[in-house]
Design a protein around this ligand. Structure first.
Ligand SMILES: O=C(O)CCC(=O)C(=O)O
Length: 281
């Protein structure tokens, strides 16, 4: 018996590779998360960037709370089972009238995880719609591996600008429109991407990568994750601590070391260096 999803939604996730929308935050809560992000951005003089876009739940207690949000985890449990780790989190933000986009890709192609019990919960801090470049999914595309090429295109929000080699049938794409506080779930192998933001406001989304605790990393001997529900049953993962305070120096140093090790794995075989360094506080 699923906890939050209906049986039809669980079936859709497994058959099509995604499902949406789910209410996980109220509109006020979503606005308060956006305010916290923008307070940080105001103090650091610009949109969150570089390595701080990745795993910010190791730096900001309020994002640590969000990856542990019971509503989010109940939905994730419905597709991954009871023992859940958070392997990653990333902001995917697109400023107003900005060319930033996400090419068609499958996450499984470069994450190095040995199984497909891996699900992204993408939470909208602002509305995410066709005009401002919401995520788009190709239904049923999670059943085959497709070859990718690294493009390093300067406007591509993906780390390597990785792009599917074959023509994607865009006519089949489904737009995952979300209101602030809503969430979608997508499978690690589903083909997805998103267009630039043509609206006059920013689009802010927080993508949380959850894995079942028996998934392993194949790209290196050590990898890190945060236990969010149940148990780490196999001792495959080094478990991450909660930050004591926002940008607490110990947390900043820990985050840097985790991102350096993960960055090296995720960029293995690529032509350029892992995650750009921070240029601002
Ligand atoms: O936010 C986007 O537009 C794309 C996000 C994405 O590719 C992902 O969460 O896997």
């Amino acid at each position: 018996m699923p906890k939050i999803l209906s049986n039809a939604q669980v079936r859709q996730y497994h058959e099509l590779g995604y499902c949406h929308p789910f209410d996980v935050l109220t509109t006020d809560e979503a606005a308060s998360y956006l305010d916290k992000l923008e307070a940080y951005e105001g103090a650091s003089e610009g949109p969150i960037d570089g390595v701080y876009r990745h795993k910010p739940h190791l730096l900001f207690p309020w994002l640590h709370d969000l990856v542990n949000n019971p509503q989010v985890l109940d939905a994730v449990e419905d597709v991954l089972g009871p023992n859940i780790l958070c392997w990653g989190s990333s902001f995917f933000n697109k400023e107003a009238q900005n060319p930033a986009y996400v090419s068609w890709h499958q996450d499984s192609n470069y994450w190095g995880l040995d199984r497909h019990d891996v699900c992204t919960a993408w939470i909208a801090f602002t509305a995410s719609n066709k005009l401002n470049g919401c995520m788009r999914m190709i239904p049923g595309s999670h059943n085959v591996d497709i070859q990718h090429t690294d493009t390093f295109h300067k406007h591509n929000l993906l780390s390597r600008g990785q792009e599917i080699d074959v023509d994607v049938d865009e006519a089949a794409a489904i737009d995952l429109e979300l209101a602030p506080g809503e969430m979608s779930l997508h499978h690690v192998r589903v083909t997805h991407g998103s267009n630039p933001n043509r609206s006059s406001g920013r689009r802010v989304g927080f993508a949380i990568r959850y894995i079942a605790s028996d998934v392993r990393q194949t790209l290196g001997p050590r990898d890190f994750a945060t236990l969010v529900r149940g148990q780490e049953t196999h001792d495959y993962w080094e478990l991450e601590p909660r930050p004591k305070a926002e940008l607490d120096p110990e947390a900043v140093a820990y985050h840097a070391s985790v991102c350096e090790i993960q960055g090296k794995m995720l960029y293995s075989g690529a032509q350029i260096k892992p995650f750009q360094p921070r240029t601002r506080r």
